[in-house]
Design a protein. Structure first.
Length: 244
């Protein structure tokens, strides 16, 4: 699963690395975004592959009728399982020609160990920007007339390394290789070509470290740089080998 992520870079660096231009919107680096806040986050869509837009995280399908139904639905659509995305009513109308790149530079998962959970921060080498596969759609609130464009993050099986971290459900976001960004956003891709993106990201590229359980605080603001600082848990350190 992927319900928490970060994008700590400034807008100019994001533009340079992705070769896209921001819409006329404000941007402040995000150190911890909790998906259940349903906030606006940067994406690049098929409709506008050279623009960086802010869309609501938590997809609201077009067929949703009321605002109450929309609020309940978005809590269930922060993620979309790639294995069933062509079948699920919430997602199947978007996967063919409403795909997007969700921009981030890290995400968070929790390891289960002796009935306790330990948060980890996960990122690529040099903490660089990367994009994960997403889908999006627009929904109109029939009462207010407001148009809300929202997205969901695709997930797949965790690779061998992340299976040790997210060691219960063993999931990870669908990370799109940079040389495939344009292809992912190409219209009318065959179904089998879209499915080819759903393989777990290769081992040996992703890095991670444990962080403080402060990230789960409901009392304090966790969208701060301190959230990402490595934090050591003695109970997770393996004992030295007798053969060392």
């Amino acid at each position: 699963m992927c319900f928490h992520y970060s994008l700590t870079k400034e807008r100019a660096e994001i533009e340079i690395q992705l070769g896209a231009t921001w819409d006329d919107v404000e941007w402040t680096p995000v150190y911890h975004m909790d998906g259940f806040r349903f906030s606006l986050m940067p994406v690049i869509t098929q409709d506008a592959p050279t623009r960086i837009q802010l869309l609501n995280w938590g997809l609201i399908p077009q067929w949703v009728k009321t605002n109450d139904e929309a609020q309940k639905m978005r809590a269930q659509t922060l993620n979309a399982r790639s294995e069933t995305i062509f079948k699920k009513p919430s997602f199947r109308s978007s996967i063919s020609n409403s795909r997007c790149l969700v921009i981030m530079d890290g995400f968070f998962e929790w390891m289960d160990h002796n009935e306790s959970k330990y948060p980890h921060y996960i990122y690529l080498d040099k903490h660089e920007i990367f994009c994960v596969g997403g889908i999006y759609t627009s929904w109109v609130d029939k009462i207010t007339g407001e148009l809300i464009t929202s997205f969901s993050i695709l997930t797949t099986d965790a690779n061998t390394e992340l299976s040790k971290v997210h060691n219960t459900k063993k999931r990870m976001p669908v990370i799109i290789p940079p040389n495939q960004y344009k292809t992912w956003l190409t219209a009318n891709l065959p179904k089998e070509k879209i499915k080819s993106f759903f393989d777990p990201y290769p081992d040996g590229i992703i890095q991670y470290h444990t962080i403080s359980k402060f990230i789960s605080s409901k009392k304090y603001n966790t969208n701060v740089p301190e959230t990402l600082i490595p934090y050591e848990y003695p109970e997770l350190i393996p004992p030295p080998s007798l053969f060392e």
